[in-house]
Write a protein that binds this ligand. Sequence first.
Ligand SMILES: Nc1ncnc2c1ncn2[C@@H]1O[C@H](COP(=O)(O)OP(=O)(O)OP(=O)(O)O)[C@@H](O)[C@H]1O
Length: 275
Amino acid sequence: MSPDTTHPQNADIPLLEIREASVLRGDRLILDRFSLKLAVGQHVAILGANGSGKSTLIRLIARQLYPLARNDGVPTIRVFGRDRWSVSELRSLIGIVSPALQLDYTSDTPLEVFDAVVSGFFAARGLGLDHQVAPWMRERASEALQQVEATSLIGREMASLSTGEARRVLIARALVHRPRALLLDEPCAGLDPASRRRFLQTLRQLAGHGTTLLLVTHHVEEILPEIDHVVVLREGQLLREGDKASVLTGAVLSAAFDMPMRVERQGEYYGADVM
Ligand SMILES: Nc1ncnc2c1ncn2[C@@H]1O[C@H](COP(=O)(O)OP(=O)(O)OP(=O)(O)O)[C@@H](O)[C@H]1O
């Protein structure tokens, strides 16, 4: 383990630093010497076409996939300056909500909403006899459900929830740890336009209350006004990163999606269309 001379509270330390990460899946090189440095409090959108490597990047950050070791022995990935974290430590720094997680939590195995949230403390899918739920944990779970406006869902079975409702509950589950950042993979997938707008509003509130948002998407329309930094992936490599105005252009998106694209600013949001 690298010496821990750093501390997560130190604002100078990047939230995430990836240095030339290469990731193999099967025998294919999916991320190819990918580098990225994100600061605490810097809300970011990670944009890319299907197959560009977004999920692979998330799995790398979540420690579900490992990078190839570098010849020089330099750590490839650091979270808050450290290259080794246990999965539970990581959870209290970066909460991750992905479609795969949602699939797992909405299967038919019975699981009540509040239990799904509070069991986040035990990294378990639900509560078991050996889980001692302290009053402060219940308070945190209630607070997290309030933050995502999902208190009315308490008592419901996870499997009975709509896509948007289940996603709110899973974000609450990630929030019980009061993470510094939330990494959301395709957060608006499956939401109708009105639900999407309401959901984005909730994310804006979280951003406004100090949670750094890392939003992974293929939809430019989901890039919140609070997000100013955009990272574009293409075929496992960093195509471009920078502020919204410089990255959200027809030229960059056309290269990212391999198709002529037009980008328009629509009030506080951006929109993109195939030309
Ligand atoms: N287990 C695997 N073995 C081999 N190739 C894989 C494996 N998993 C993913 N890939 C390939 O890696 C590439 C990147 O996939 P990844 O899921 O990271 O992309 P993505 O940007 O998240 O795509 P999407 O937007 O469709 O979810 C794709 O070409 C995919 O086919």
